[in-house]
Design a protein around this ligand. Sequence first.
Ligand code: 13P
Length: 252
Amino acid sequence: MRKNIVAGNWKMNTTVPEGVKLAKEVNDAVAAAGDLKCDVVIGVPFTHLTAVKAVIDINKVGLAAENCADHTSGAYTGEVSAPMVASTGANYVILGHSERRGYYGETYEILKNKVDLALESGLKIIFCCGESLEERENGSFKEVIKAELADSLFHLSAEAFANIVIAYEPIWAIGTGKTATSDQAQEVHAFIRGLVAEKYGEQVANDTTILYGGSCKPANAPELFAKPDIDGGLIGGASLKAESFMGIVTAF
Ligand code: 13P
């Protein structure tokens, strides 16, 4: 049966000392909470990975990079590869975030390469998808989500696909304070699970964790997480304070 996961995505926030402090606070709070009904992951900037890894118990708090390069090594100034991420002890990478797609031109093809390289390095992937406001309003959102998933993930074998967590993040809900209603989110999560079932069968679909992201907070997490196909959250703003992040972690 699939896992529930609450993952933070710090984005481009915190200095290294601030990030280490926040990671320690999350780690301590998770340890103190005892048995949780979800796995906890924090997604941090590349610069923070090694220092954060040193202050967390990786068996209790997973560690994600927010991106990786579409090449393994070589003359790609400024890039950070999947093997480099894995060598820090991180066990996840977030790929396909709408901010990467939108601001840095990440295409389905580039993401497909990143997915392959991350898996080769033994990283699990939190793979994001989601529509813009225009796509929501003109009704094309399901086609958009289908293409985002099919063109970057569905070349994988069922065995490789077991390392994929999907995050549905409607772009119009990210950082806007406008959460998708739990019914809107559930509709898309069920649709995504259906796509996975069509491609890989019911068993794989039932085992796939699908997270919701977009203005998720302690106040709205319980209603979202109560839906049958919402298996947790990918949390931006509310992951930057241990207290609000833990308020979501304990929403299950
Ligand atoms: P917010 O929680 O700040 O809306 O961000 C969501 C997100 O983009 C997580 O990846």
